[in-house]
Design a protein around this ligand. Sequence first.
Ligand code: DX5
Ligand code: ZN
Length: 214
Amino acid sequence: MIVSPSFLSCDFANLQSEIEMLNNSDAQWMHCDIMDGLFVPNITFGQPVLKWIRKHAKKTLDVHLMIVQPERYLQSFKDAGADILTVQYEACTHLHRTIHEIKNLGMKAGVAINPHTSVNLLEDVIADLDMVLVMSVNPGFGGQSFIEHSYEKIRKLRALANERNPKLIIQVDGGVTLENAPKLIEAGATALVAGNTVFNSENPSATIKKLADL
Ligand code: DX5
Ligand code: ZN
């Protein structure tokens, strides 16, 4: 299982030691939530901070853009060190073009869908994608409760991917816990984002191990 702990819930005053903890953990990826205060109500961090994360991180940087018109910033996130770049379906007018630009820049391309966005809308782009991220909360904040309808969406997406893109990574983001993770995997998830569950646990690297061993 690919585990991608989200920095959103980490101690930003000790970012370097949080990165070291992740470097020494079973996490394969590190999830970086970029919020612009427009697509979502919250604002997090941008390319300058990502560059510092890149300097210390020894793992794949999984960058989730929750920003309007993400096509403006593809090159700059590549330059800042993103390995995987995920854009929100709802934020892209020319999604097909954006996906191909991400790939042409040498990154893996992901598309995230909000809780209200149907999996069916991905039918015409799924073959071009490396990853689909199913948002299992409304984006904007860490520590929210998991939306139960997400299981059905993951199952639908798994069936569509089996038909058109069997290698597709299905990532789930929002309210992932040690309790719901086995059910998410059973539904078809292959990558789990966890913010609150990891960083607010007593032993974050032990929690990561438990998720990775599922
Ligand atoms: C939510 C972000 C998530 C967030 C998840 O808008 O996209 O990546 O960090 O946090 P938890 O795991 O605490 O729900
Ligand atoms: Zn995220």
